[in-house]
Design a protein around this ligand. Structure first.
Ligand code: MTE
Ligand code: MO
Length: 266
């Protein structure tokens, strides 16, 4: 197997908005989630003096509640396009974990705390409401393409199968402590694997996708089921999902092990 050599995006090529968001990320997603909707980010950056002023504890609690709501409402949406704008032929990139034939007995394995793993079929995923996502897929190698994917929202999936929580209940905006911090996914042969923060996993535009351009996904694009996560670069969009699990520690990540940023958000 040849050494993977996805070139790292030079810092100077990173748009200012991305650089700023990265800075905010290091400050913490919770801070961003809390700050943007209530204008606190502006307040902090433009009125540093006020930071020294003691605020009633109640205000802090309000902000915490805002965090919990935002966690679920996920107001930041990636721009979408009409179906006609999608490339007729989607580009293929990356074969790690999909070099062997798709296992004939393929099932989607979902690990759960204190319970047997769920073993699901593609029909189980198709039973959920179907969404189309036409958006600009971006690879850190420097290419992008408007692509049309369809599938079930990962958030609907977690809700239906009561996943991502320590209690075994469905995710609940009033109990974010109950949520695991990360989702891990890997191919059936474990040749490719990603870790994703739960906020991005539960974003309304994140799909368990089974169609590309209205047709079942082909093997090179990740049949029978792949992750489409528009708030992340291509690397996190794992093809041929075999297993999904949840944890509070970062799941291992193929490209992070090869020197990439873990978060790789847009
Ligand atoms: N299993 C697996 N998934 C993967 C990869 C891979 O090598 N193996 N490459 C990633 C990268 S770097 C990109 S850009 C996208 C490309 O998806 P595509 O081939 O459908 O264009 O898949 C991602 N998911
Ligand atoms: Mo990529």
């Amino acid at each position: 197997m040849s050494q993977p050599t996805e070139p790292k995006l030079p810092e100077s090529d990173i748009p200012e908005s991305v650089a700023r968001r990265r800075m905010i990320q290091s400050f913490g997603w919770f801070a961003l989630a809390a700050a943007v909707p209530v204008g606190v980010y502006e307040w902090i950056t433009h009125s540093p003096k006020l930071l020294g002023v003691k605020k009633p504890l109640r205000r802090v609690l309000d902000v915490n509640e805002e965090v919990a709501r935002t966690y679920f409402s996920n107001t930041h949406m990636v721009p979408t396009f009409s179906v006609q704008d999608a490339a007729q032929k989607a580009r293929v990139n990356g074969y790690d974990g999909i070099k062997t034939p798709i296992p004939e007995d393929w099932k989607l394995q979902i690990d759960r705390p204190g319970a047997e793993p769920l073993m699901l079929t593609i029909d189980d995923v198709k039973a959920l409401p179907k969404y189309d996502m036409v958006y600009e897929f971006k690879c850190i190698e420097g290419w992008s393409q408007v692509q049309h994917w369809s599938g079930a929202r990962l958030s609907d999936f977690l809700e239906k199968y009561k996943l991502g929580t320590k209690s075994g209940n469905a995710p609940n905006p009033d109990a974010t402590d109950d949520l695991f911090k990360h989702v891990g996914m890997e191919t059936p042969d474990k040749g490719y694997y990603v870790g994703i923060d739960i906020e991005s996993a539960m974003h309304p535009q994140t799909l368990l996708a089974y169609e590309l351009n209205g047709e079942p996904i082909t093997a090179p694009h990740g049949a029978p089921l792949r992750l489409i996560i528009p708030v992340k670069y291509g690397v996190k969009n794992l093809k041929r999902i075999g297993r999904i699990f949840f944890s509070d520690t970062r799941p291992r990540d193929f490209w992070t092990e090869r020197g990439y940023d873990y978060y790789v958000g847009l």
